[in-house]
Design a protein. Structure first.
Length: 346
């Protein structure tokens, strides 16, 4: 058996083949239809669309062979891609290149081969559309012409496959960009929490859910105490750091199912689904405790602590979002009137 020579520009040829992204893809009806037509027109039991990879030949479609790839050492097609046009071997046992090939001398006993080149417009041979038989034979001129025409259709399909893959990649990239834009539009840039618009939409959804299923949820509004002096005495950078620390504490204190947002300035909202007032108050106390034990700043001289006033209201599916927001704002105002670090329940 003669090992097939390496094609010229093999590195570039393989790069082109891999660029199409066809290797190791599932069988597809469009390619299978062409192999069936080739087998029917050429009156043979075996037809294959194959691509010659670095060390194997891989079959995008096959009829009558029962495998998806074979080693390159036994590939007749690896010889076929070394010359243009149609490659025909009437009797493989009489060809010294293939007489000792295990696929010829043993099972499945391939005695006839005809392969039409699968070649790119810029001259890179990728594989063949080939037909095979267990008996020596040849093709009529008309069969040979049709086989080459079918090979051209395979290349058109392959180009379409590449185009569709690129289009799918572009659409996926567009979806990612849209998702990122939507995320940015719904996120507070400083704290990474939801912003006011996103929170209002989520509150509307919660009220609608409660209207359908019943039950009640709670809304918690927190306002940092004496935040302006932090900016005045420590600088706006320290103030921004205090806001991010507060956001992080909220994320750690409340449940994953709770929805936390920066409402604006030093005000924050927490939506607590399926939560009563008592459970919401417990969450507020955990937040007060976390704030008291978390100093902000660098050394002892510059460090300071945060405190917050908190208002809580319970609501069901009957009021609209504006009514709930007004109620929690009034409750927060009542908490601040009682002094710093207080929680009021409406």
């Amino acid at each position: 058996m003669s090992r097939p020579p390496t094609p010229e520009n093999e590195f570039a040829r393989l790069a082109v083949l891999h660029r199409f992204g066809i290797l190791d893809t599932p069988r597809e009806a469009a390619f299978d239809a062409l192999t069936r037509i080739a087998a029917h027109i050429c009156e043979v039991p075996i037809a294959v669309i194959n691509f010659i990879d670095r060390d194997r030949q891989w079959f995008k479609s096959e009829i009558g062979l029962g495998t998806r790839e074979t080693p390159l050492d036994v590939s007749i097609c690896a010889h076929a891609i070394l010359q243009p046009g149609l490659f025909v071997v009437p009797d493989t046992l009489e060809d010294p290149r293939f007489a000792n090939n295990p696929l010829v001398a043993g099972e499945p006993g391939l005695r006839f081969y005809a392969g039409a080149l699968l070649e790119t417009d810029d001259g890179y041979p990728l594989g063949t559309l080939c037909v095979l038989d267990h008996e020596p034979r040849t093709l009529t001129p008309e069969q040979g012409e049709i086989l080459e025409a079918l090979a051209a259709q395979v290349m058109l399909l392959l180009s379409l496959y590449e185009h569709n893959a690129k289009q799918a990649e572009m659409l996926a990239e567009l979806d990612r960009a849209r998702h990122e834009m939507a995320l940015l539009a719904a996120t507070d840039s400083l704290t990474g929490l939801a912003n006011r618009r996103a929170f209002t939409e989520r509150l509307d959804q919660e009220i609608a859910r409660l209207a359908r299923s019943g039950g009640a949820s709670c809304l918690l509004m927190a306002d940092l105490d004496d935040f302006k002096p932090i900016n005045d005495h420590h600088g706006h950078q320290a103030g921004d750091h205090a806001l991010t620390v507060f956001a992080s504490l909220c994320t750690g204190v409340f449940r994953e199912s709770d929805y936390i947002a920066r409402w604006g300035g030093d005000e924050f909202m927490v939506l607590l689904p399926d939560t009563d007032k008592q459970a919401a108050m417990t969450g507020a106390e955990r937040l007060h405790t976390a704030l008291a034990s978390t100093p902000i700043g660098g050394d002892a001289q510059d460090s300071f602590s945060l405190g917050a006033s908190i208002g809580i209201v319970e609501f069901d599916g009957s009021p609209d979002a504006d009514t709930v927001l007004q109620a929690v704002d009034e409750t927060l105002y009542a908490a601040k009137n009682d002094g710093p670090g207080r929680t009021a329940v409406g």
